[in-house]
Design a protein around this ligand. Structure first.
Ligand SMILES: CC(C)=CCC[C@@H](C)[C@H]1CC[C@H]2C3=C(CC[C@]12C)[C@@]1(C)CC[C@H](O)C[C@@H]1CC3
Length: 379
């Protein structure tokens, strides 16, 4: 792979764009209300900037150049993806933007929280620790980990809108003294070296253009002896890039999830080693013998609903539920109430959902490759 060029950061430009596109919508209750309060021209700019990387670039014609162009603009690509997708995520999934394992009879949000607790437990997080959350979204996992472990967490994010929402939620829950958010590109962190006792990333480092690049950054900011824990999105050993169907599944996940370059498990393991980490534990949690798979809510397997409180949440995620809502937002866009591109974004999320389910069913993809590793004491 050709060397990764880091994108020039410009926080003033991003703040101005955030103000123009989102205005005060970060204060709105829930994703749907926020979605209808965007500036139309700015949203169109985000749509153009994001989809220029994917439109008319089919899997069968994919070249190394198209993938490189995405990697070269990883930060802009991801920032605009979340400018477009955050509200729909919150509407359809809640405030923790990740998958999880499900136990028998376990309600959806309980399973999501358990996945967060499990990572904190595997890393041994405690209340005297200074911990970095790399790619913190709107802070759902960070709030849960602060409550579970008592650790002091800093959430790093390159999307201003998500930071505004995360800050608001933390304030609302009275957690601001333990949980702060900061803007930045995780490929060029501004934190001094050796400044965190632990670092975690929940389904976020997949947005990096190079796993070795992001793991090396994390290694640098960790104190010697510090622990890094990650749930990584990876293609499995079964994935064959020369197989057109496999490639279509990978590309569908990348398009619909704002990913410039998804890698295989072996690449992630080699990247951890190259960054200098000592592996403590690594495992594909999707391979555990669970009663239902991680992708069941997106697959619409309604028989798995175990609590009446989950019915409205899960219905939104199913093919029928999302089809209805996507038509509804399409109609709102048509009459001018929703900004242009809302339907296009929703359609690409629907494609992502289908490809994630296919990737999960065919065991080509995992969103929960767990790695827990240590920075050596003598590093
Ligand atoms: C993008 C990364 C690295 C992580 C996010 C994982 C998940 C939280 C998302 C992946 C696909 C998303 C979809 C939705 C919510 C969030 C995800 C599951 C929807 C259910 C949101 C509501 C829409 O109408 C349909 C979406 C399908 C995809």
């Amino acid at each position: 792979m050709s060397p990764i060029a880091l994108e020039q950061e410009d926080h003033q430009r991003d703040a101005a764009f955030n103000k123009a596109m989102h205005g005060k919508s970060s204060q709105a209750q829930g994703g749907m209300a926020a979605m209808l309060r965007k500036d139309k021209a700015a949203q169109q700019a985000a749509v153009d900037e994001y989809f220029k990387h994917w439109d008319n670039k089919a899997a069968e014609e994919e070249t190394e150049e198209t993938r490189k162009a995405r990697r070269d603009e990883y930060a802009t690509l991801t920032r605009h993806y979340y400018n477009l997708a955050t509200d729909l995520y919150e509407y359809g999934w809640g405030q923790s933007f990740h998958f999880c394992r499900f136990a028998y009879g376990e309600p959806f949000y309980q399973a999501i929280a358990r996945h967060e607790h499990y990572l904190a437990h595997m890393m041994g997080l405690r209340d005297d620790m200074r911990v970095l959350d790399v790619g913190c979204g709107v802070g759902g996992p960070a709030r849960e980990i602060v409550k579970f472990s008592g650790a002091n967490v800093i959430g790093l994010n390159n999307n201003d809108y998500q930071i505004e929402r995360a800050t608001r939620y933390a304030e609302k829950e009275g957690l601001s003294h333990k949980l702060k958010f900061t803007k930045g590109d995780f490929m060029q962190m501004k934190f001094p070296e050796n400044s965190f006792d632990a670092v975690y990333a929940i389904e976020a480092t997949v947005h990096a253009p190079s796993l070795e690049g992001i793991y090396s950054q994390i290694f640098r900011v960790l104190k010697p002896g510090g622990v890094f824990g990650v749930y990584e999105w990876l293609m499995t050993d079964q994935y064959d890039n020369d197989n057109p169907h496999h490639r279509e599944v990978r590309l569908g996940i990348e398009i619909g999830d704002g990913i410039s370059n998804m890698e295989k498990i072996e690449v992630a393991l080699a990247a951890m080693k190259a960054a200098g980490f000592e592996m403590i534990h690594h495992e594909d949690l999707a391979e555990r013998d669970d009663p239902m798979p991680w992708y069941w809510p997106l697959a619409g397997e309604l028989k798995n609903i175990s609590s009446i409180y989950d019915i409205p949440t899960v219905i939104r995620m199913t093919k029928v539920g999302r089809g209805l809502v996507h038509r509804f937002v399409g109609a709102l866009e048509w009459i001018g109430l929703a900004p242009k591109g809302t339907q296009k974004t929703a359609d690409s999320l629907a494609l992502a959902a289908d490809c994630l389910v296919a990737g999960g069913r065919e065991k080509l993809f995992t969103p929960m490759y767990l790695m827990v590793a240590r920075k050596p004491l003598d590093a």
